[in-house]
Design a protein around this ligand. Structure first.
Ligand SMILES: NC(=O)C1=CN([C@@H]2O[C@H](COP(=O)(O)OP(=O)(O)OC[C@H]3O[C@@H](n4cnc5c(N)ncnc54)[C@H](OP(=O)(O)O)[C@@H]3O)[C@@H](O)[C@H]2O)[C@H](O)CC1
Ligand SMILES: [K+]
Length: 498
């Protein structure tokens, strides 16, 4: 279990520790010690400068400074009067160990690393208007390497909202568990690589990262005595004159993720442009005047044969709402993506039982009636609201994608790469998800495993091809990514330090 905490859950973990007999100063001492060890490992030489705030985030800094002062030059620059519990004693001990207290005006020049211990979970408001503002501006213009304690100062704990500058961040060492602000936006960008320090706090929460061991355990095995039908039959419903390629990507992804048989159902006028991949079976069915799919008996019949559907890739914005109403009556699990989500938003009562939605922030905005900026301002809340509104499993795509399912359970994906933000990447993910649904995984597990596997494919693809990866290249990395899952490899965006 690798939990992700809200502010309330972080405070609850604190209280649980204290009521189980661990005194608060022991937690602070442990956090400071882990911070010192981490700094020593990451930046082994040179002067260390700490910027410390008034609360316990600053306290973590003072304790770490005391440990490091035995080995190297250490300066602490308090940006506000210390008010954390036991401040007087901790500060006296640090000074006795040789920590120099910086007097105004202080320069950060000469620091091998600057430690940002200004604010953590207790921060609220605008950081640029707080006493940390001028220091963040100095760090930005000086380009000093920075390690953040718990959260980059100014990042809101539950949402990731942040109005400070981008810094030369080495890492964020977060105490006990990752906070939602580090996987929200733009906090995730400000945090850089996230490292979790074990400070002896209890480790549970409503949300958790997709776990490598879990992923390995849930990968469908290919039955030795299987045939193509027993490996799962996926039908992809989509395509239009403007976007004939999207269903092909989804279909190929379903095949490469282990489905035994994949059929595409597309408007008849695009059949010739789609029927080019020999391993996919393609059906042209009746279409509207502008070349979008139309409701027809043959479409319903083809859909009803599947173990799982993908509805939406390349469907186009003009497909009729009736399409979704007809498909909703077919008792087959389905992935709704792209224009499938837009259609659903027009007919929200038409919703099949085992359907899952895979919106990006823009599509989530359509579902919830808000802008994508508002979705991204609180991604956790958006997923909870979408699950509540639909009663279904929902994936919000993007860096640190979130899978939400009934009961408010949340899973966050830590694999991935910026190369996945490319046209067709979503089609690939929806095909992969459908393959896992068709092989019998329940909706939440299929989505979580697909997003994790897809992220690994992107990560390995980026390593091999750099930033010029395209969505069809991604298919080549399903197999190495599956291997990474089988080896329980750890994504590098979040690591654990003990
Ligand atoms: N999770 C744990 O169990 C442990 C966490 N630790 C560390 O402690 C911090 C949280 O400490 P806390 O004292 O609650 O909060 P902060 O250090 O973030 O700072 C709170 C102080 O900052 C002031 N503040 C907040 N916003 C502003 C602002 N915009 N302008 C000026 N000042 C601001 C706030 O003042 P208030 O008036 O709002 O009260 C407080 O004085 C956590 O992040 C960890 O780093 C320990 O390691 C122990 C275990
Ligand atoms: K901080």
């Amino acid at each position: 279990m690798r939990p992700i905490w809200t502010l309330e859950e972080a405070r609850q973990a604190d209280q649980e520790a204290v009521s189980s007999g661990v005194p608060y100063p022991a937690l602070l001492a442990q956090a400071g010690l882990q911070l010192a060890r981490f700094i020593q490992a990451r930046v082994p030489e040179g002067a260390v400068m700490f910027l410390t705030g008034p609360g316990s985030n600053g306290g973590d800094g003072w304790v770490a400074a005391r440990h490091l002062a035995r080995r190297r030059p250490v300066t602490v620059i308090p940006i506000a009067e210390p008010r954390f519990p036991g401040a007087g004693d901790w500060i006296a001990a640090a000074k006795a160990a040789g920590v120099v207290v910086g007097q105004n005006p202080v320069s950060l020049n000469g620091a091998a690393v600057v430690v940002d211990a200004m604010y953590g979970t207790g921060f609220h408001g605008s950081v640029m208007e707080s006493p940390a503002g001028p220091w963040l501006a100095a760090l930005e213009s000086g380009g000093h390497p920075v390690i953040h304690v718990d959260l980059p100062s100014g990042v809101e704990t539950n949402t990731g909202q942040y109005d400070g500058p981008e810094l030369n961040t080495l890492a964020t060492l977060t105490m006990g568990a990752v906070k939602w602000g580090l996987v929200g936006y733009p906090g995730a960008e400000a945090a850089g690589p996230i490292v979790v320090a074990d400070i002896g706090l209890p480790g549970h929460g409503q949300a958790s990262f997709i776990d490598p061991e879990w992923a390995k355990r849930h990968l469908p095995r290919v039955p030795r005595l299987g045939h193509k039908y027993s490996r799962g039959h996926v039908v992809v419903i989509g395509g239009s004159r403007a976007m004939p390629g999207a269903p092909v990507l989804a279909g190929m992804a379903a095949l490469k993720a282990g489905a035994g048989l994949v059929e595409l159902v597309v408007p008849e006028s695009v059949l010739g442009r789609v029927a080019v991949v020999p391993s996919l079976i393609v059906h042209g069915v009746p279409e509207t005047a502008d070349g979008s799919l139309q409701v027809s008996d043959v479409l319903s019949r083809l859909a009803a044969r599947a173990d799982a559907l993908v509805i939406g890739p390349g469907l186009g914005p003009t497909a009729p709402t009736a399409l979704i109403e007809v498909l909703a009556k077919i008792p087959v699990p389905a992935v709704l993506d792209a224009d499938g989500i837009r259609l659903y938003a027009q007919a929200p009562k038409a919703f099949g039982a085992n359907w899952v939605l895979t919106p990006h922030a823009g599509e989530m905005g359509v579902l919830l009636g808000m802008t994508s900026a508002r979705v991204n301002a609180d991604r956790r809340r958006a997923v909870l609201d979408a699950v509540h509104a639909t009663g279904r499993t929902v994936l919000l795509k993007g860096m640190f994608s979130i899978v939400g399912s009934e009961g408010g359970r949340l899973m966050v994906n830590s694999s991935g790469s910026p190369v996945l933000a490319t046209a067709g990447s979503g089609d690939v993910l929806s095909g992969m998800t459908a393959a896992l649904l068709a092989q019998g995984l329940p909706p939440d597990q299929a989505l979580a495993l697909a997003v994790y596997w897809h992220g690994w494919a992107g990560q390995i693809g980026e390593r091999e091809q750099g930033l010029s990866m395209t969505a069809d290249n991604l298919l080549d990395y399903f197999s190495p990514a599956r291997h990474a899952l089988e080896q329980e490899e750890e994504p590098t965006s979040v690591t654990y330090w003990d």
